[in-house]
Write a protein that binds this ligand. Structure first.
Ligand code: DAH
Length: 346
């Protein structure tokens, strides 16, 4: 028995946790083997009880030594495992994974891209320009008279408005991009300009101080109102479906002459009249017209040689009509319950 105890003591003293592969589990196995209920210690103790009295003292001391060595080792190893973060991997690999929220495009981006694609198919390219504009590009070159209400403080966020200095403002419409393009490009010009615009409006379900527009401009020799009308019809059918009809109502914009507003047949009720089209069967979609010769001349284009058409639409309104969104504020609040409804429209 004595030699057996010495053998165990040697084994315990020589055992190195570094040699264990699955350290936490092997430490536990070791503890059970020596100190568990049916372990080495208890077994030896049973043998000890049967020894003649004169041997008990020596064996008692040896057994104690063995138990102390085993306890000390287990204690040492447990500390070692606890202090090694890599050995305390408590991940349960069978647990269901946390699903990452998948991002998606904002419905306004989707709508803007769709408009851009429709125009790209008939040869329009995309132009982008500055959001902080001067008076010339925003108003003067676009034939706004000096006292036109759109130049008013009530509508426009001015960045600079001082006696003797050029007015600078956040652009109130993307029509300013028309001027930028015509000043720098020779006709033929066939562009769209999508982007953000800013107006000093109280925020409500129907108005916001930031919104988006897409402008289109086509300038070439012999561009006529018939070209505008066909382009509008093509766009309306592509955007809202083949059955869509359009109608033009005379209107006024300083930069187009003649000017018109385009309505489409209501895509909700099919023209019969509902609460979206307020019983009329028609929805107002965009403003358009033939580029005013004054605008062409202001941008250095000979209005005797060239004509053009322009149109501008609100992206929020397009998306509202297409996806039946009732409140403008939803676009900007980033409520996931709203955003996720458009996950699958690409
Ligand atoms: N700029 C106009 C607006 O913000 C929209 C517009 C109307 C643009 C007629 C055009 C146009 O190019 O021809 O309300």
């Amino acid at each position: 028995m004595k030699s057996l105890i010495s053998k165990y003591i040697d084994e315990i003293r020589n055992a190195r946790i570094e040699d264990f592969k699955d350290k936490a589990a092997e430490v536990e196995q070791f503890r059970v083997r020596f100190l568990g209920r049916k372990g080495v210690m208890n077994e030896l103790f049973e043998q000890f009880k049967a020894l003649p009295n004169e041997q008990k003292k020596e064996m008692g001391i040896a057994l104690n030594e063995l138990k102390t060595a085993a306890l000390a080792k287990v204690e040492e190893w447990k500390n070692y495992v606890e202090q090694s973060p890599e050995l305390n991997d408590t991940h349960d690999l069978t647990m269901p994974a946390d699903l990452y929220q998948r991002g998606s495009r904002h419905v306004l981006s989707v709508t803007m891209n769709e408009i851009a694609e429709i125009f790209a198919r008939i040869g329009f390219t995309v132009e982008e320009s500055v959001e902080i504009e001067d008076d010339w590009h925003l108003f003067s070159a676009l034939n706004f008279p000096p006292d036109h209400p759109a130049r008013d403080m009530q509508d426009t966020f001015f960045v600079q408005k001082e006696e003797g200095k050029t007015d600078v403002a956040l652009r109130t419409h993307t029509s300013s991009v028309q001027v930028r393009v015509m000043e720098t490009h020779k006709p033929p010009i066939r562009i769209i300009a999508p982007g953000r615009v800013f107006r000093n409006e109280a925020i409500s379900a129907r108005a916001h101080c930031i919104f988006h527009q897409v402008e289109a401009l086509y300038v070439d020799k012999k561009v006529t109102f018939a070209d505008l009308k066909q382009t509008l019809l093509y766009f309306a059918k592509e955007m809202f479906g083949e059955a869509t009809q359009i109608r033009l109502r005379p209107s006024y914009f300083p930069f187009t002459e003649p000017s018109a507003e385009m309505d489409i047949s209501c895509n909700i009720c099919g023209g019969k009249g509902c609460n979206i089209c307020k019983g009329t069967g028609w929805l107002e979609i965009l403003g358009c017209g033939m580029v005013d010769p004054n605008v062409l001349e202001a941008c250095g284009i000979d209005s005797k040689e060239y004509t053009g058409f322009a149109l501008g639409m609100g992206v929020e309104r397009m998306a509202m009509l297409k996806y039946q969104i009732r409140d403008l504020r939803l676009y900007f609040e980033n409520d996931l319950r709203f955003l996720h409804q458009f996950d699958n429209i690409i």
